[in-house]
Design a protein around this ligand. Sequence first.
Ligand code: GAR
Length: 208
Amino acid sequence: MKNIAVLVSGGGTNLQALIDAEKSGIIKGGRITCVIASNPEAYALERAKNNGISTRIIPRKEYADVASYTKAVTDALLEEKADLVVYAGFMTILDEQIVKAFPYKMMNVHPALIPSFCGKGFYGLHVHEAALEKGVKLSGATVHFVTEVCDGGPIIMQKAVPVENGDTPETLQRRIMEQAEWKILPEAVSLFCQDKIKVVDGKAIITE
Ligand code: GAR
C-alpha cells in the first residue's frame, strides 16, 4: 500500500475527489495518509478532518523565502513517509529540493490542456480567464509529474472539455473540474499506486 500525501491551498474539491475515489475503490494500491495545507484557512483541511485524515498546516507566510518553505514541506513529507505527493490545488511554488527528494513521485493537476495556459501566473481562475480571452473552443485538464519546470513535467493524463457560448471563468472552471479534473486525477493516482506509470525519455507511459 502506497502512502499518498496531498498538498492543498484552497477549497479542496480535488482532494474530495481523491477521498471519494479511495472510498469507492477506484484508487487501488494506495491510501491518503496526510494532507498538508499552505493556508490555515483552506477548506480542504475540513474535508480531511471529516474523513479522519491527519493534517498539517505549513503556512507559506511564516517562511522568508521559497527555499526555507520548500525544506519545511519536504521534511514533513519525508516524516510522513510519502510514496506519492499529489498537488491538488496547491498554489505555492516550491524549488528543486523537493523534486530531488521525490523524483517522478509527485503529480499535479492543472486546469488546462498543457502546453496551453500554463506556467508561472497561470493558476486557478486566471487559467480560465486566459482561455476565454483567447477564444479557444476546447480546454480541459492535465495531470503531470512535477519537475523543476513549472507545469513542465511529463504529462500523465489529459481530458478535453468544450468551452460553451457565454461561459464565465467560473462556469468553465466548474465544468473542467466536474468533467476532467475529478476523474483523471484519481485515475492517475491509482495507476501510479499500481506501478503502472513509467517515464522514458522524459515522457510518461502508462503500462496496462
Ligand atoms: C483546481 O482547478 C486546480 O486544477 C487548480 O486550482 C483549482 C483548485 O481547486 N490548480 C492550479 O491552478 C494549480 N496550477 P480545489 O482546491 O477545489 O481542488
